[in-house]
Design a protein around this ligand. Structure first.
Ligand SMILES: *Cc1c(COP(=O)(O)O)cnc(C)c1O
Length: 829
C-alpha cells in the first residue's frame, strides 16, 4: 500500500526529473539522454540483473520473451521512483485526488510507451542491440492489454496517460479481466471469435497488492439494527488490487491504475475435498473468479445480464471502499470528502457509485440520508458516451432489487428526494419507471456535472437525451471534447513524422500540442512538404510490407491508402464504404484505361459476437476483397485489405500510413470519435459527416482541408419522416441500384448467391442509418478526394495542415478541462 508509512523507503526525486525542459531545443534527442540520470551501461546491467535474478535465465539461453521481460522490469524500475515521489507529494500537500472509474481500459502495449515517456527509448534500443536483440521484435512480443471494446476504453487509457503528464493526482479503477476483448479471425470471410489470453504470460507492469482487498456483497436481505436498516449480503467475494504505475511525459509524475481481481472469501471447502468431491470443493473459487473472468464484448448494446450488474457493482464498491479508506487516513471529517475526492464515472457502467457511496456514508459512517446525498453529488461526475437508445443501461427492478436490495431502497429514496425537491418534474421523468432502474437518470441526479464528449454530442444530450432534467438543472450539462495522447498517437507510432516535426519546430510539442501550429508557415515551403510526403511514404512502405506478409495482398505504396478502422456497427456505416468500393470497381472495369488514382481500401474492426448485421457486413467486405483483388483488369487501381483482429497495436501501424481518414457515421450517432483525431494528428485528411468531433476537426482544419458530405443531424431526423426515404434515394441513383443489384445477384458470393438478400433488403426497406440517402454525396466526395490526391502538392499541403491544426485534440487539453470544470483539481507539477 502506498501511503505516508512508506515514506521511509522513498528516494528523493532527482532534480532533473522535476525541472521541465526549455521548450525549444534544436538538438532534438538531447533530452533523451540527459534528463534521466541512467547511462547505457547501467541500463544494460539492470536488464542482465533481471534476466538472471528475476527470470532465472542465462543470457545464452534467453528467448525473446525472456529479454522482453528483463527489459520491462528494468524499465519498470525507473518508473517506481517518480511514482513514489508523486504519491508522497500528494500526501504531503493534501492535494485533492481524482478517481476515474471505468469498466474498460484499452491500454495496448506498455513497454515502448514507457520508454518514450522516460526518455529511454533510443537508449533501450541501443542497449538491446548491444545484447544481440532487436528492439522492435521485443516490442512486438508484448501482448496488447485489451481490457476494453473501443473508443470508450481507449479514452480511459489516454486519460490515464494525460493525467500523469499534466500532474493531476489520480487513480484509475477498473477490472482485471482474465480475458480481454476476444481475438478475431476470418474463416471463409466470416468473423470467428477466440478467447484472448493476455494473462497467460507474466504481466511485468503490475504489482499485486494482496493486502489491499475488500469484501463485496451481493443479494441477501435488509435487517433493522438499532432502528437503522442494514444490508446482510447473501454472497460475498473479495476484490484484490493489482497496481500498474502510469508514467507521464518526461517522468515528472506517475499515477496508479488499480485493477480489481475477484477472489473467493472462502478459499476452499476442505470437508468436501476430504470426502473426495473435488469439483464441489473448488466451487467458491470458480464462482468468485467468474466475476473478473471476461470483458463483455459490446459497448453499444445494453446487457440485461445479472453477471454484468455484479461486475459493475464489484468495480464500484471496491473503488469506493478504497477511496474512503484512503481519505480516512488523512484524518479529515467525512463532510470534507468533496474537498479531497473527485470521482468520475466513465459512462453509466459505474453509476451504482451514487447509491453505494450513500450506503457507505449512511450505513457505515452514520450519516443521515440527505447530507450523505449532498456529499456524494459533490464528489461525483458523469460522462455520457452515447445517445443510442439500445445502449442506455436500464435494469429490471426485479434483477436490481435481487442483486442489490439495499441499493434498490436507496435508489427509490433518491428518486423521491428529487421529485419532492422539483415538484414540476414531469411524471414520466425519473430514475425508476416501468419497473426499470434507468442508469442514465441515476447518474445524472447523483452528479454535480454531466458532460458530453464533443460539442455536438453535448448539445444533443441537452436537447434529446435529458431535456427535462436539463431544464431543471440548466448548469449541469457541460461539454468536454475528447482527445488522444500525442505521445502514443504521434511521437511513438510515427517516428518519421515526429522526427520531422522536432527538426522543424524544435522539441517540446509533445506536451504542448498547440505548438504544432508553428508548422503552418512551413507548409508553403516545398522542402517541408517533400519531407512530409517522404515520412508518409516511409510509413506506407512499412505497412505495405506488413500487409503482404499478414494478409497476402500486395499493394503499391503510391496508391491512396483509404482507411476505415473502428468497431463494426451499422451507425459507423462500413456498408456505405464497401458499396462505394463496388461502385468504384464497376467504374474502373467500364473504363480501365482512364487515369484512375490507385486506391487501397483498408478496413479493420471487430463486430460484437451477437450482432448479426455487423457480421454480414464483415463477410461482404471480405467477399468483395476476394473478387476485386483477383481481378486482372483492375490491378493496382483498386485493392481491398481487411487485416483481422484490429486492436491498439494495429491502429498504431495503420494510422501513420493512412492518406485518408474515413469518419462517415450517420450524423447524430457518433458521440465524438477519437480515431478521427489520431488520423488528423498523423496527417490524414478526413472524409466525413458533420458528426461527433468531426465538427470540431472541420472547424480547426478548415473546409478546404476536409472532405465534407452527407446529411446533418437535423436533416437525418427530417429524412426519416419519409417512410420510403431509402427507396426514393435508390431509385434516384443508378449507380446505387447497380451496386445493390450485383450484391443481390450473388456477384460476390457465387457459391451462395442468396447470401446477402437480407442485407440488400435492409438497405431498400429498413435503412435506419441512411446509407442510401447519403450514397451519392459520398461518391461525389470520394471523387473530390481523387482530384485532390492527383495534385500531389495540394494533397501534401492538406495533409500537413491537418497535423499543424490538430493541437486541440490532445487529451492533455481535455484533462485540463475536466480538472477546471468538473473536478476542481490543480496540477501538482
Ligand atoms: C481509437 C480507437 C478506437 C476508437 O475509434 P473510433 O474511430 O473513434 O470509433 C477503437 N479501437 C481502437 C483499438 C482504437 O485505438
Amino acid at each position: 500500500m502506498l501511503g505516508p508509512c512508506a515514506a521511509g523507503l522513498l528516494i528523493p526525486v532527482r532534480r532533473a526529473l522535476l525541472n521541465p525542459e526549455p521548450a525549444n531545443r534544436p538538438d532534438r534527442d538531447r533530452w533523451d539522454i540527459d534528463v534521466t540520470d541512467i547511462t547505457a551501461p547501467q541500463l544494460k546491467a539492470d536488464i542482465l540483473r533481471h534476466l538472471t535474478f528475476t527470470l532465472g535465465k542465462d543470457a545464452a539461453h534467453a528467448s525473446v520473451y525472456d529479454w522482453r521481460m528483463a527489459l520491462s522490469y528494468a524499465i519498470r524500475d525507473r518508473i517506481v521512483e517518480p511514482w513514489f515521489a508523486s504519491t508522497r507529494k500528494t500526501w504531503e500537500t493534501g492535494a485533492k485526488r481524482v478517481y476515474y472509474l471505468s469498466m474498460e481500459f484499452l491500454i495496448g502495449r506498455i513497454l515502448e510507451d514507457a520508454t518514450i515517456n522516460l526518455g529511454l527509448r533510443d537508449m533501450a534500443e541501443t542497449v538491446m542491440a548491444d545484447l544481440g536483440q532487436d528492439f522492435r521484435t521485443l516490442i512486438e512480443d508484448e501482448p496488447d492489454a485489451a481490457l476494453g471494446n473501443g473508443g470508450l476504453g481507449r479514452l480511459a487509457a489516454c486519460f490515464m496517460e494525460s493525467m500523469a503528464t499534466v500532474g493531476c493526482p489520480a487513480y484509475g479503477y477498473g477490472i482485471r479481466y482474465e480475458h480481454g476483448l476476444f481475438r478475431q479471425r476470418f474463416e471463409g470471410g466470416r468473423q470467428v471469435e477466440t478467447p484472448e489470453d493476455w494473462l497467460t504470460q507474466r504481466h511485468p507492469w503490475e504489482f499485486e497488492r494482496p493486502e489491499a482487498a475488500y469484501t463485496i456483497g451481493f443479494k441477501g436481505e435488509i435487517v433493522t439494527r438499532d432502528g437503522r436498516e442494514v444490508w446482510v449480503p447473501g454472497e460475498t467475494v473479495l476484490a484484490e488490487a493489482h497496481d500498474t504505475p502510469v508514467v507521464g511525459w518526461q517522468g515528472k509524475w506517475a499515477n496508479t491504475l488499480r485493477l480489481w481481481a475477484a477472489k473467493p472469501t472462502t478459499l476452499f471447502d476442505l470437508e468436501r475435498f476430504n470426502r473426495g468431491d473435488y469439483a464441489a470443493a473448488a466451487e467458491p473459487e470458480a464462482l468468485a473468479r467468474t466475476l473478473s473472468r471476461v470483458l463483455y464484448p459490446d459497448d453499444t448494446t445494453y446487457q440485461g445480464k445479472e453477471l454484468r450488474l455484479k461486475q459493475e457493482f464489484f468495480l464500484t464498491s471496491a473503488a469506493l471502499q478504497d477511496i474512503l479508506r484512503r481519505f480516512k487516513t488523512g484524518g479529515h471529517p467525512i463532510t470534507d470528502l468533496p474537498n479531497h475526492v473527485a470521482i468520475q464515472m466513465n459512462d453509466t457502467h459505474p453509476a451504482i457509485a451514487g447509491p453505494e457511496l450513500i450506503r457507505l456514508l449512511v450505513d457505515e459512517h452514520g450519516l443521515e440520508f440527505e447530507p450523505a446525498l449532498d456529499i456524494a453529488r459533490a464528489c461525483l461526475g458523469y460522462t455520457n458516451h452515447t445517445l443510442l437508445p439500445e445502449a442506455l443501461e436500464r435494469w429490471a427492478t426485479f434483477t436490481f432489487g435481487n442483486v442489490l436490495p439495499r441499493h434498490m431502497q436507496i435508489v427509490e429514496r433518491i428518486d423521491a428526494w428529487h421529485k419532492a425537491k422539483y415538484p414540476s418534474r414531469p411524471h414520466y421523468v425519473g430514475i425508476v419507471k416501468h419497473h426499470e432502474v434507468r442508469m442514465g437518470e441515476l447518474a445524472f441526479l447523483m452528479s454535480h456535472k454531466v458532460n458530453g464528449v464533443s460539442a455536438l454530442h453535448s448539445d444533443l444530450v441537452k436537447k434529446n437525451l435529458f431535456p427535462e432534467l436539463h431544464a431543471l438543472h440548466p448548469d449541469q450539462i457541460i461539454n468536454q471534447t475528447n482527445g488522444v495522447t500525442p505521445r502514443r498517437w504521434l511521437k511513438m507510432c510515427n517516428r518519421p513524422l515526429s522526427g520531422l516535426i522536432t527538426d522543424t519546430i524544435g522539441a517540446g510539442w509533445e506536451a504542448d500540442l498547440d505548438r504544432l501550429r508553428e508548422l503552418e508557415p512551413h507548409v508553403a515551403d516545398t522542402g517541408f512538404r517533400t519531407a512530409f510526403g517522404a515520412a508518409k511514404r516511409q510509413n506506407k512502405v512499412a505497412l505495405a510490407e506488413w500487409m503482404a506478409g499478414h494478409c497476402g495482398v500486395t499493394v503499391s505504396p503510391d496508391a491512396l491508402f483509404d482507411v476505415q478502422i473502428k468497431r463494426i456497427h451499422e451507425y459507423k456505416r462500413q456498408l456505405l464504404n464497401i458499396l462505394e468500393t463496388i461502385a468504384r470497381w464497376n467504374a474502373i472495369r467500364e473504363n480501365p484505361t482512364a487515369d484512375w488514382v490507385p486506391r487501397v481500401k483498408i478496413f479493420g474492426g471487430k463486430s460484437a459476437p451477437g450482432y448479426a448485421v455487423a457480421k454480414e457486413i464483415i463477410h461482404l467486405i471480405n467477399d468483395v476483397a476476394q473478387v476485386v483483388n483477383t481481378d486482372p483488369l483492375v490491378g493496382d487501381r483498386l485493392k481491398v485489405v481487411y487485416p483481422a483482429n484490429y486492436n491498439v497495436s494495429m491502429a498504431e501501424r495503420l494510422i501513420p500510413a493512412a492518406d485518408l481518414s474515413e469518419q462517415i457515421s450517420t450524423a447524430g450517432k457518433e458521440a465524438s470519435g477519437t480515431g478521427n483525431m489520431k488520423f488528423m494528428l498523423n496527417g490524414a485528411p478526413t472524409i466525413g459527416t458533420l458528426d461527433g468531433a468531426n465538427v470540431e476537426i472541420l472547424h480547426e482544419v478548415g473546409a478546404e482541408n476536409f472532405f465534407l458530405f452527407g446529411l446533418t443531424a437535423d436533416q437525418v431526423v427530417k429524412r426519416r419522416e419519409d417512410p420510403d426515404h431509402s427507396r426514393h434515394a435508390i431509385e434516384a441513383s443508378q449507380t446505387l441500384q447497380d451496386v445493390l443489384q450485383m450484391i443481390a445477384e450473388g456477384r460476390f458470393s457465387p457459391e451462395e448467391p442468396g447470401r446477402y438478400h437480407a442485407l440488400v433488403h435492409r438497405v431498400w426497406h429498413h435503412d435506419y442509418f441512411l446509407v442510401a440517402a447519403d450514397f451519392d454525396a459520398y461518391l461525389a466526395a470520394q471523387a473530390e478526394v481523387d482530384t485532390a490526391y492527383a495534385d500531389r502538392d495540394r494533397w501534401l499541403a492538406m495533409a500537413a495542415m491537418n497535423t499543424a491544426r490538430s493541437g486541440f485534440f490532445s487529451s492533455d487539453r481535455t484533462i485540463r478541462g475536466y480538472m477546471a470544470d468538473i473536478w476542481s483539481v490543480t496540477s501538482a507539477l
